[in-house]
Design a protein around this ligand. Sequence first.
Ligand code: SF4
Length: 494
Amino acid sequence: MSEKTYEVRTYGCQMNVHDSERLSGLLEGAGYVRAPEGADGDADVVVFNTCAVRENADNKLYGNLGRLAPMKTKRPGMQIAVGGCLAQKDRDTIVKKAPWVDVVFGTHNIGKLPVLLERARVQEEAQVEIAESLEAFPSTLPTRRESAYAAWVSISVGCNNTCTFCIVPALRGKEKDRRTGDILAEIEALVSEGVSEITLLGQNVNAYGSDIGDREAFSKLLRACGKIEGLERVRFTSPHPRDFTDDVIAAMAETPNVMPQLHMPLQSGSDTVLKAMRRSYRQERFLGIIDKVRAAMPHAAISTDIIVGFPGETEEDFEQTMHTVREARFAQAFTFQYSKRPGTPAATMEDQIPKEVVQERYMRLVALQEEISWEENKKQVGRTVDVMVAEGEGRKDGATHRLSGRAPDNRLVHFTKPDEDVRPGDVVTVEITYAAPHHLLAEGPSKAVRRTRAGDAWEKRTAEPKQGAGVLLGLPKIGVPEPLPAVTGGCSVQ
Ligand code: SF4
């Protein structure tokens, strides 16, 4: 009997990307194999890991489910599962709207997927199971990591804030922190497999510790990462300005493998709008943090998220956002036009801004930030940087005889291919010769090439037959990780 195949479609944030690695790990643990790229619905099991942040998220999901209906009619054994934030919100509405869906599970019980699929198959009845609170920390579940040299490590789930435009707390619950020992054990296990870059993940990553009563737990965790042999790069996402304390800035500056890069959502520069958003900081504090970070790490690259057109935003308020952007000089900004999210306080606020006004302000903000990104990138010309070679970050690399990767500040660098063989995960030292708004070029010969254990891990994984690429990895026990099982199917560890 041929092996059953699966496909996981991921929407939304890094939390979902990481959860999808767990969903893949669970399915491979249950004997499924990943369907070939571009299967587009041909798989025996199709899983949607949904996002609920954008208004048209619903339309997108039901549109995709509609497209799968005729395929399911042709292949009755095929199963469709819907998980993630939209499932947590919509629950059995999904099977009412799309009765050909077999399983609906939530953000708190992703571990249940294989069991629910089996139950739906045996009972020939859709299974809707939503937990109100976290059943098991996702990190305890098997995982199939997308990258051999970089990994996500979740340190907390949920959020204690109540930003008025955000649905996350309602769908992912209150903040739950992982035990520091478990986090460090997972990182050590990853490094022992060749991973050299990790990103600490949390809805509100620097609030880590609020659940375990230690306000400095996050800075201590960063410093502890500094002691892990073989861990070259530590990043984290995403922090909240309110919890960005001096001990975190000091830990970043004093821990060599913590990268000089910070993504800190501003959302708005207007104190009036920040108050209406319930963001519990104001423009002055935000810019104060930026100044402190730059004083401690002059080369730090700072990026942000900004929402334009929040209900009640006046032209003066928007000008405050433009002023903050001019002052903060972000390397990059992810800018969004406000869109109502049913179920959030902001969705029912008065003074919803007309679309054309939002659009016009949005264009002004994008133009300003584009200019600043380019000016900040131009300051990199002439600098010598260590680039960690990345997989799939250079669309034109083939045609331009280049490779691509990330500098310590996470800037994207395309560089001339060295004569010697270089693999993703290796580190190449280059001099920046040209700056574009969203990437840098190093057109001269590379100054040094360092082949790393991460590069070895990438090579080993790439050499393994597609089926059975990597290993199924549960959460290692504290202390010496258990030996890795023989390569059977599925996944490994980004
Ligand atoms: S900090 Fe605010 S925007 Fe971020 S997840 Fe929590 S409630 Fe949402």
